[in-house]
Design a protein around this ligand. Structure first.
Ligand code: CMP
Length: 132
């Protein structure tokens, strides 16, 4: 998962990590870092060609982010359910995106969409010795 630049800027790292714990997710790896535009394009390569790709990658490179690997039974789906719909305006009450998201692009947090992509995205940020 990632905490996106706007949420970091607004001081929501703490509240979001409190929700992570509340949801029963265990933090296996975590860092505060900043993506270059090139990194952001690589990370979101699956969306290359979509109309929002430029806006999304520029936004994700606009400031520091928190990246983390979370562990839980069926973690990918559990995290997607927990954070709420992609558009914060449609996210269920009490979910991270409803509470801390601004709009479709600045939606507070990222979640992997499959186990396969979760493994690829984890390797993007963390080596084996950074995982506990
Ligand atoms: P995320 O979980 O990070 O995965 C891809 C991101 O693309 C998604 O959250 C949204 O922030 C963004 N996204 C998806 N659809 C749109 C859209 N129509 N306009 C802008 N951003 C979008």
């Amino acid at each position: 998962m990632m905490i996106k630049p706007t949420a970091v800027r607004k001081g929501f790292i703490g509240p979001i990590l409190a929700k992570v714990a509340e949801g029963g997710f265990r933090i296996k790896a975590m860092k505060l870092t900043r993506l270059s535009l090139e990194d952001a394009k690589k990370f979101y390569a699956v969306h290359a060609g979509r109309p929002f790709y430029g806006e999304l990658t520029e936004f994700m490179a606009s400031g520091p982010i928190v990246a983390a690997i979370l562990e839980k039974e069926n973690a990918v789906q559990a995290w997607r359910d927990f954070i709420g719909a992609t558009n914060p305006a449609e996210a269920a009450e009490g979910t991270i995106r409803a509470l801390y998201g601004t709009d479709m692009g600045q939606n507070a947090v990222h979640g992997s969409d499959s186990d396969e992509n979760a493994a690829i995205e984890s390797a993007f940020f963390f080596s084996q010795i950074e995982r506990y």
